[in-house]
Ligand binder design. Structure first.
Ligand code: PLP
Length: 390
């Protein structure tokens, strides 16, 4: 395995940023295609720039965030974070005592690393389940986390969602607060799967990412009961986790201009794309708003073509993603993701840049880049050169 540790992932990410910078220096932004589904967009208005300062900014934008945030998520009060991970950390800092247990339910493993990591940080115990029949709530449970939609966009069923909330709220030792990690789920579950919002399903807190399936900056938007939000806000300020004014302004404008139609339009496109890709590859599957191929299926595609490689399936996904970026300017998560992000190669058709590429172009890019992968993957040194440029 070439990418084993967090540090390897950090280095791999630095290489990806190096290639992005190289494309920008050569041709500007226009030849880059960000298909991660994480837009990072800043739709600020001209007048916003005059009020972004430390104390003026929050006075203007936090009030707006409260209004738009409640429309988007429901709940009594809104809080903005630097990232969804920061919102999860602040919640755990506020609600989880040493030696108590955090129980996490998600539609499919693996979990987002921020939940077990934050729990470990406060000295808590961590349990995770992806099926109801094994699910238990130990007596000392201090927080239940439900993931509405995983990093790979696997979505929980409404029935499971309700069952977990019911179990947490009717726990013999007393009502346990429920935080929903709805990073992408706040839009996927509601718009594509027609489920109610997390708050309407009875959650106490929900956090979503403002750059997932909407044209906003990377940030965490939390809604919930006022009393809980106040406690979490206090922790957020103590540890510097809260969103600063420019970020809050970006979140406000993204929420203001959010249009569910964009997500609905991508549904038809991804079906067509999957058909096209199946002419070349067997391993591509549909996601709710795009297509994806798992690392093990990338390895199988190489095997089918009689290509021998010592690289692990995850390494192959990282390498293919890096070739896509270096040679074609296509940005995907395995190349640029933070440590612990999913290694699945995903192309999101709801993304802003997804609209710039014809489906046939995408197919040709994948075909061409896979040919390069076939040539490079048998050689460890060549693979390393691409993954760890510096
Ligand atoms: C993206 C994501 C997160 C973390 O979002 P960041 O902005 O990277 O902190 C957490 N949980 C799930 C399920 C996610 O998809």
């Amino acid at each position: 395995m070439l990418i084993k540790t967090n540090l390897d992932e950090v280095k791999k990410r630095e290489t990806a940023l190096f290639f992005i910078n190289e494309h920008i220096q050569k041709n500007g932004r226009r030849d880059l295609y960000d298909l991660t589904g994480l837009s990072g967009a800043y739709l600020l208005k001209k007048e916003d720039f005059e009020v972004l300062e430390t104390y003026v900014g929050p006075a203007v934008f936090e009030k707006m965030l409260d209004e738009y945030g409640k429309t988007h998520l429901g709940g009594e009060k809104i809080l903005g974070f630097n990232r969804t991970s920061a919102g999860i950390l602040a919640t755990i800092l506020a609600l989880v005592k040493k030696d108590s247990t955090v129980v996490h339910y998600l539609p499919e493993l693996p979990s987002h690393p921020s939940i077990p990591r934050s729990t470990r940080l406060v000295g808590g115990h961590y349990l995770e389940f992806d099926n109801l029949k094994d699910f238990i709530l130990p007596e000392n449970t201090s927080l239940v986390v439900i993931t509405g939609s995983t990093m790979d966009h696997k979505v929980i069923s409404e029935e499971e969602f309700k069952q977990i909330i019911k179990k947490a709220h009717s726990h013999p030792g007393g009502k346990i607060p429920v935080l929903v990690d709805d990073a992408s789920g706040a839009r996927l579950r509601t718009i594509v799967f027609n489920q109610p919002s997390a708050m309407d399903l009875g959650a106490d807190l929900v956090v979503t990412s403002t750059d997932k399936l909407m044209d906003g900056p990377r940030g965490g938007l939390m809604a919930g009961k006022s009393s809980l939000i106040d406690e979490i806000k206090s922790k957020a300020h103590q540890f510097g986790l809260e969103a600063q004014a420019p970020l809050v302004a970006g979140m406000v404008r993204a929420l203001e201009q959010f249009d569910p139609e964009n997500i609905l339009n991508s549904l038809d496109k991804k079906k067509k794309l999957k058909k096209l890709l199946n002419q070349e590859f067997e391993g591509f599957n549909e996601t709710p708003t795009g297509v994806m191929i798992l690392p093990r299926d990338i390895a199988l595609e190489l095997e089918k073509r009689n290509i021998d490689t010592l690289l692990s399936p995850d390494d192959l996904s990282f390498l293919w993603a890096m070739i896509l970026l270096k040679e074609y300017g296509v940005i995907t998560i395995p190349a640029v993701g933070m440590p612990g992000a999913s290694p699945t190669l995903r192309l999101d058709m709801a993304s802003f840049d997804g609209k710039k590429l014809e489906l046939n172009e995408i197919k040709n890019i994948l075909k061409g880049s896979f040919k390069k992968l076939e040539i490079i993957a048998p050689h460890i040194d060549k693979s390393k050169d691409i993954l760890f440029k510096k």
